[in-house]
Every structure is written in structure tokens, then in C-alpha cells.
Design a protein around this ligand. Structure first.
Ligand SMILES: Nc1nc2c(ncn2[C@@H]2O[C@H](COP(=O)(O)OP(=O)(O)OP(=O)(O)O)[C@@H](O)[C@H]2O)c(=O)[nH]1
Ligand SMILES: [Mg+2]
Length: 487
């Protein structure tokens, strides 16, 4: 479009806007005149309605533009309660070695009073290369073929102001199949006083999440754009702006560096042939050194309380996971035990219907045992209610249960050889297994007995004829019938 034409359009647009403004002003004045001509009571009513609308509009506007609330800090348990929980887990036979080792490392580093800085980031962002630049004498442990870091390594280095520090090189995150290594990397990051987060371009959603995760633990962070040599000046400035926007409120500073790394190129020899040569790029890490000195100015001692909080918060999460896992395993054992008893009860029924009495007692026992395991206090009435509700569900679902049991009898020939009453016994195994699993899952998720939720889960489980579960139940039925006393 030519310049003149553009000017003409601009002039037309301004004229249209002015016309609109005049029209609006005229309309407003006319309305104001009519408003003033109204009788006083009507003026008040209308005025009040208009004021309410304006207030509501402003409230909506404020809600939309209000500053985002800060994320809630993670819960940090005190050391003593954490140790108690770990002891309890150990008593229950859980493998608490890693948790105890973490506590040991926490103390050791506190006593050592050395400054720890961990490098962190996705694979191939240049973490190991940066370690080489910061600790030139270090021999790095990495996979010989891929050059990729597989284990956490510590390397001594010195800041330009002469302060010593320990650098941690960690495996890169987001490597396909590298979940265990990624977990180790995260734990190492929590153990450090500060973290250098490396990236090699603008951040993906996953990287932003990773940064937020670190910030949630209160980790002092630097966001470092590596491989700056790959960008032009203008591109680099743009990229840094974007990174600053992406990490606002999370990273203390954003800097661009070149960690170095090796580069391969072809060299032509005098005889006309070529050979492949590798040479080290020259590192340019000045901005990082300055930012790191500022970030760690408080020293190991000054940063220690924050570091300990982060480690304890991480331990709190890990202990919670192990607790849930251990409880789930215990719940499984309880359910199995009661399913076994139900099988025996079904076979021991002497008079018509007497099995129902036996199973009623068992259902109550199962409910009580699981509630106790999940620390949910239940009254006798609540337990009775739950068992009654489960009975109703079972009555309506009995045809499904019997169909599943009938199929199992055909699918697992061993069952058929055990003679009469097996169908009945297997049906009870399925019922108790479903009831126990439903209740355990509901209690674990809700920390209370939610009848509707547990009942919905029970219905799903009764109809679930998943082959592994049925095989386990068939084996349980056979084992129990052959040896009713063993638990
Ligand atoms: N262009 C350029 N390449 C770099 C730079 N730093 C590292 N590299 C290259 O990036 C690749 C990965 O470097 P590493 O240091 O192994 O990266 P890493 O983050 O330790 O990788 P993992 O251990 O697998 O997570 C190598 O090919 C390096 O040569 C740099 O400053 N510029
Ligand atoms: Mg590496």
C-alpha cells in the first residue's frame, strides 16, 4: 500500500472515531437532561441501579486484572516428626534406606559447611561442558559412547572471588526412559544451596514446570541460556527477553553463556584427503560467574537454612509416597486375608443361609481393619451402614458375580476338580476382594468413609473380569480349599 493511501485511511479512521465520540457525547448529554427532568424518587432508583452496574463492572475488571497470587509454599515438616514417620515405616518393613541416607547427607553437608551448586536442565543443554569450564581439572564421569551423564558427580571449583564451591553435575531431565535418573537429578538439586538451570533456547512448558518445581522448594536459581554462540546479537537479546518473561518471579537472574563443548569439523590435508578433527570451543561464561557470585554472596552458612528446608520438604513428599505405598501393600494383605476367610466361611456353611451370617461378621471385620489402617475413625453404626449398602449392591449384582465365577470355573480347570461348592466359594472370594479393594481405594483417596464413592467402586470391581485378578483369585481359592488353615 502506498504512503498516501495509508495516510488517507488513517485520516478517515480518525474522522470516524471523532464522529463516534461526538455522537456518544451528544447521546450522553441528552440522557443526562432526561435524567434530570425525572421526579426525584425515580432519579434515585435509576441512579442506584446504574451505580450497582458500574460497581459490578469494576469488580469483574479487578478480578480479571488482579495480580496473580503467589504459589503456596510447600509444607516443611520438622526433623523430629519426619524421623518418627521414617522409624514407623521401618517397623512396618518398608525399605527406608534412601530416606535415612538423605537425612545423613543433610547433616554431613551442614557440618562440612561447603557451598554446593547443582547444574540442572534437559539433556544436552551443556551441563557437563559447563562443569569442564568451571572446573578445568575435573575428570567427568559420563557414558563413554553418548557423552551423556548417567550419575550425579561432584567437582571442586573456585569462584573468581576465591571462594571454593562444589559443583554437582547431574543426568539431564526428559530423556526417554530416564525417569529414575531424573529423580536422582531432582533430589541432588534440592540438596544444593543454589541451582544453575541450563537451557539452549526458549523454554518449553516442561522446562517452565521444572523451574517452578525448583522455585516451589525455595531454591535460589539462575536461568542460564547456553550455546549463545549459535545466535546473532539481535536474536540473543530477543531470546533473553523472552526467558526473562518466562522466568519472572522464579529465577534471580537470566544470563547467556557459551560453556564451550567440543566441535567436530573436516580438515583438508596437503595430499587432498580430509580428516575429522575435534576441538574445544572457547568458553565464555563471565556473566554467569558474576551472577553466581551475587546469588551465593550469603555463603554456605547463610544459605543453609533454605537448603535444609528444601531437603526436608522433599523428604516429606518422599516419605508420604512410601507411606501410601506401604499402606496400600498392607491393605492388599488384609483384603487377601479376609477373602481367604470368606472362602473358608462359604465352604463351612452348615445350614441354609448360615454362610451369610459368617460373611456378615467378616465384612464388618474387613471394614474395621481397613478403616483402622487408613486412620479413619468409624462408629459401629457407620460400619453397619456400609455393610448393609454393600449387601444391597451385591444382591442386585449377584448375577454378574455368579457369571464371572462360572466363567472362572471354566477358565481355570483346577477349580472344577475341587468339587461342589467351589462356585460359591469363588464368588465369595470375588466379592470380598472387590469390597476390600473398593473400600481401601476410597479411604486412601478421601480419608473418610464415603459410602457413595466406595459403592461406585465396588460396582465397577464386581463387573471387572480382568484376567490377572481372576487368576489370582482362582489361585487363592484353590490354595485355601486345599489348605484352609494356612493364612
Ligand atoms: N554450540 C555450542 N555447543 C555446546 C556448548 N556447550 C555444550 N555444547 C554441546 O552440547 C552438547 C551436549 O553437551 P553436554 O555438556 O554433554 O550436555 P549435558 O547437559 O551434560 O548432557 P547430558 O549429560 O546428556 O544431560 C555437546 O555436543 C557439546 O559440545 C556451547 O556453548 N555452544
Ligand atoms: Mg552431562
Amino acid at each position: 500500500m502506498s504512503r498516501r493511501l495509508r495516510l488517507l485511511f488513517a485520516a478517515l479512521a480518525i474522522a470516524a472515531l471523532l464522529w463516534l465520540l461526538f455522537a456518544a457525547a451528544e447521546r450522553f448529554l441528552a440522557l443526562a437532561q432526561r435524567f434530570l427532568a425525572l421526579p426525584a424518587p425515580l432519579q434515585w432508583t435509576l441512579g442506584l441501579v446504574l451505580a450497582t452496574f458500574a460497581a459490578a463492572g469494576l469488580a469483574v475488571l479487578w478480578w480479571l486484572l488482579r495480580p496473580r497470587r503467589r504459589r503456596r509454599p510447600l509444607p516443611v515438616p520438622d526433623r523430629a516428626s519426619l524421623e518418627q514417620r521414617i522409624d514407623k515405616l521401618r517397623e512396618h518393613g518398608a525399605d527406608t534406606g534412601a530416606l535415612a541416607a538423605e537425612l545423613g547427607d543433610l547433616d554431613q553437608r551442614r557440618l562440612g559447611a561447603r557451598l554446593y551448586v547443582a547444574l540442572f536442565g534437559e539433556i544436552s543443554t551443556g551441563k557437563s561442558s559447563l562443569i569442564r569450564a568451571l572446573a578445568p581439572d575435573a575428570t567427568l564421569a559420563s557414558d563413554a559412547r553418548g557423552g551423556t551423564t548417567r550419575t550425579v558427580g561432584h567437582y571442586d571449583s573456585i569462584l573468581p572471588d576465591g571462594r571454593p564451591l562444589v559443583l554437582a553435575d547431574v543426568p539431564g531431565s526428559r530423556e526417554g526412559g530416564g525417569e529414575v535418573r531424573e529423580r536422582e537429578a531432582r533430589q541432588e538439586a534440592l540438596r544444593a544451596h543454589a541451582v544453575i538451570y541450563l537451557c539452549a533456547g526458549d523454554l518449553t512448558r516442561g522446562q517452565v514446570d521444572e523451574l517452578r518445581w525448583l522455585a516451589d522448594f525455595g531454591k535460589p536459581l539462575l536461568l542460564v541460556l547456553n550455546k549463545a554462540d549459535q545466535w546473532g546479537e539481535a536474536e540473543l537479546a530477543q531470546l533473553l527477553d523472552k526467558l526473562r518473561a518466562q522466568s519472572r518471579g522464579i529465577a534471580s537472574a537470566v544470563v547467556a553463556i557459551s560453556a564451550g563443548g567440543g566441535e567436530r569439523y573436516q580438515r583438508r590435508l596437503a595430499d587432498g584427503s580430509t580428516e575429522s578433527v575435534e576441538r574445544q570451543r572457547k568458553p565464555a561464561i563471565e556473566p554467569l560467574l558474576r551472577a553466581l557470585a551475587r546469588l551465593t554472596a550469603a555463603g554456605a552458612e547463610g544459605l543453609e537454612p533454605r537448603r535444609e528446608q528444601a531437603v526436608l520438604a522433599g523428604l516429606h513428599q518422599r516419605t508420604g509416597t512410601l507411606e501410601a505405598q506401604t499402606r496400600a501393600e498392607t491393605a492388599e494383605r488384609i483384603v487377601r486375608q479376609y477373602a481367604r476367610r470368606a472362602i473358608v466361611g462359604a465352604m463351612a456353611a452348615v445350614a441354609p443361609g448360615s454362610d451369610l451370617v459368617i460373611q456378615g461378621v467378616l465384612a464388618t471385620g474387613l471394614t474395621r481393619a481397613l478403616a483402622e489402617l487408613y486412620g479413619v475413625k468409624l462408629s459401629e453404626v457407620q460400619i453397619e451402614d456400609f455393610v448393609r449398602q454393600a449387601r444391597l449392591t451385591l444382591r442386585t449384582g449377584s448375577s454378574i458375580v455368579l457369571a464371572v465365577a462360572g466363567n472362572a470355573l471354566k477358565a481355570f480347570p483346577g477349580l472344577g476338580t475341587l468339587g461342589g461348592g467351589v462356585l460359591h466359594a469363588f464368588a465369595y472370594a470375588l466379592i470380598f476382594d472387590s469390597m476390600g479393594r473398593a473400600l481401601a481405594a476410597s479411604l486412601a483417596e478421601r480419608q473418610t468413609l464415603d459410602q457413595d464413592d466406595a459403592d461406585a467402586r465396588l460396582k465397577t470391581l464386581l463387573a471387572d473380569a480382568g484376567s490377572t485378578r481372576l487368576r489370582q483369585l482362582a489361585t487363592l481359592t484353590m490354595d485355601t480349599l486345599r489348605e484352609p488353615r494356612g493364612e
